[in-house]
Design a protein around this ligand. Sequence first.
Ligand code: ME8
Length: 510
Amino acid sequence: MSGRTFITTPIYYVNDVPHIGHAYTTVTADALARWHRLVGDDVFFLTGTDEHGLKISRAAEAKGVTAQAHVDEVAARYQQVWELLDISHDRFIRTTDADHQVAVQTFLQKAYDNGHIYKAAYEGWYCVACEAYYDEGELLPNPDGGAGLDPIHERPVEWFEEENWFFRLSAFEQPLLDWYEANPDAVQPAGKRNEALGLIRGGLRDISISRTSIDWGVPVPWDEGHVFYVWYDALINYATAVGYGSDPERFATWWPHVRHLIGKDILRFHCVYWPAMLLAAGEEPPANINVHGYLMVGGEKMSKTRLNQIFPADLVAEFGVDGYRYHFLRDTAFGPDGDFSYEAMIARYNSDLANNLGNLLSRVATVVGKKCGGVGPAPRADSPLAAVAAEVVREVSEAWAAVQPAAALEATWRLIREANALLEATEPWKAEPGPEVDGVLGDALEVLRIVAVLASPALTRAPREIWGRIGLDGAPTDGSLASTTGWGGYPGGLAVEKGDPLFPRLTAAS
Ligand code: ME8
């Protein structure tokens, strides 16, 4: 069934350069977008950068450059990394984009006109790294004795006093609970939905949405001298990108059918504040929010201060783009925390890509060369692999619908292993040429064809290569999924090319 799919990643802060944690969300969203394109959906895939706020202006100051020069430089770094990883976004939004400023002002003016925004004095503990106020009780003790530490970055908070505009979040407790009740699957997984419900049931306090202490932000339209607080500006990017404030018709076609992919660190903003803000502006909350855990390194969250960040380019140099994408999609289940391990990455690459997939292709091509004169035979209609393939296609579809790339790839690789097992059981390389050998090789070629289609959301390069080597024209993503994954699509009679190993085996670098 095809439809409209709007997929988003968080927009990342430009105080940092992208590491494998940022890339985890982005690669997952990209693979999901590719899957939806494959099933024929009209897809809009959005990523970008979050460029306003105190954290960014301080980072620029520390470097001795203007805020604009700083954000331009770091936004470009993000764009380069996404290019390196074959990310297929339809727009890279920057909160400094002109249409975004208009969208933010339109959106919040609406909430103001609806009576949900008021002015009051505010003082409290502020964490610049989180761009958030904390209650005393939420802070961690500071071993050096000063102000408490924020629970996320474990850095000392600062005391802020300002006159702020406030969003009447407290008025949205019941509307939010009603929305969660009416949309039981909107926030996934269920544990994260419960966490959001817990925050709402625990009581919501009004929140400050403007700052006077800085000018690096979107001006409050009804009060000169105030800029919107960075999170308010940031969340609205999802609306800007589909026409809010510029093209109401376009906005109406996409909203609220969005799927936000986020890490658990920003659950409160997306699962509590954002739906409430939308209700305040007279819009519907987002249809889907999928929350994943942290990718840890050596059991700890990656951070600049721990010096344990790992950068995508270093891994791509060794594993290639497909090796990179495959590892994170296959080995880090979407939802729980996961631990990055270089050894596990090598092991996964060698077993699944070099051995299972790479060997199937090279084996089949070699034997077709020797026993069939290099011309690939057609598969058998009554092949024992036909039923396996049908089941795998169903499982893969279900896995992507549930945003579980690891399960989709696991199912796909089961089909590869079954094809290798059939070859090992029948040993066509030892048999005399004839219908028996042709049948087995035709079946294996058909598996390669179907796998090239099913793996194409995750692997952006190898599927196309396989497609060409088994003699097919075009690309595995050309046809509709239903037409390309049915058993019997490989026509036979095509020249099969051996070529170099698709995934040369790797040994751990010392
Ligand atoms: O929070 N493991 O930006 P940010 C998994 N600008 N995912 C990780 C990760 C890790 N170790 N580290 C980062 C912001 N991420 C705001 C968002 S959205 C309107 C504004 C990913 O640069 C994960 O998706 O701190 C997380 O939610 C996001 O990067 C935080 O990125």
